[in-house]
Design a protein around this ligand. Sequence first.
Ligand code: MV4
Length: 458
Amino acid sequence: MFNKILIANRGEIALRIIRACKELGIKTVSVYSEADADSLHVHLADESVCIGRASSKESYLNIPALISAAEITDAEAIHPGYGFLAENAHFAEVCASCQIKFIGPKPEVMRLMGDKVAAIRMAKKAGTPTTPGSDGPVIDGKQALEVAKRIKYPVIIKASAGGGGRGMRIAHTDIALNQAFQTCRAEAEAAFGNPEVYIEKYIEEPRHIEVQIMGDEFGHIVHLGERDCTIQRSHQKLIEEAPSQVLSARQRKKVGKYALKLAKQVKYTSAGTIEFLMDKNSDFYFMEMNTRVQVEHPVTELIMGVDIIKEQIKIAAGERLSITKDILEPRGHAIECRINAENPDDNFRPSPGTITTYHVPGGPGVRVDTHLYQGYKVPPYYDSMLAKIIVHSPNRNEAIKRMIRALDELVIEGIYTTTDFLKTILESETFKRGTYSTHFVEKFMKNKKDKGEEGSKK
Ligand code: MV4
């Protein structure tokens, strides 16, 4: 096992990783930007190193600074968390060349899955269903029209280097397609330095279902069931749950099998997530694979009784997966709410500042993953997520009630947060019924406006 790990991240995920290390008897090194000198991850680690100025580019994305920090502290491994360098194959290669173990999948697999066209090819090869679409990149407007004619409108144009909802355009007609194709290419070139795009049939009103995968370096790969992440806004997930209440036992088995096929095809190691869209006929289509631990991993941990971060670390240290069963049975229902420093009444404008009053929920079945403390100053430079409230109950109805109870207990004053907004979603009949698509929040906001209702106040 490792003696010491450097955590190349900040916020709640840095704490989550430090806690796993402590329980495994591993020493920890935190890195921090000048804006994070008063952050909890700096204090909870055994050692900490300042790696640069406030901007991510000069600190958490600064590869030479991170490698130097690992070298001067004798850290044998780096955990990247999520975001920042977590899916950067080049960073993983630099780590390897410096004899530092990158806690994640192999760089080749990260690079392959980062190329969305290549990922779809692998899915097809594995027998994992994909959406009807162009077989590979689309090079000109003429070819785009040919593809649309074959698969029928509506279609979606996606950047090969995109992902997570960035660089996408929908078209319903030939004329719109021509325009969208050119714009999408130009945007992809500007955003990713790669103009390559591909086309898929646009799945209307889908649900977002993703499957957690873990693989060790002995070729043992398992899935830990699905998460339903349909409640999102602007490609940011707001509420995630596991298991998905819309899947029958048969469908659950099916989507798990589809995910496992792709993971086995690429000989996946470490923790990863395979994302699917589910259409109105309950058919699944592979969307993309995330080669990192995700924000929403705790809902899987609670229902499966697995510590995903500890498993990730053990796998990287060359140990075998401690999960021996091929199929794990979920126990109860878990829901996660992401609390952001944003004002829902002002188009979710970020709301940095000082937390003047702070109280966290507790009691049975409540887990809070956060880096907040009373007096903490939320910096304006990074992601606006403040906390994750995660609840576990015997069934979905009980979990919803528990979450509402937990959100009622949560007190964060001094800045705007999304707490009350999330509560109104949980209290809505549509959420309770569970009959919604990825457009839920958009429709919910429109309804609120039409009724002239007010949202959460400071
Ligand atoms: C789609 C789609 C419909 N049809 N692909 C959004 C994130 C990125 N991973 C891919 N995304 C989508 N791809 C086809 N062929 C709709 C989305 C999409 C979406 C997916 C999951 C959750 C929320 C979403 C919101 C808007 C669009």
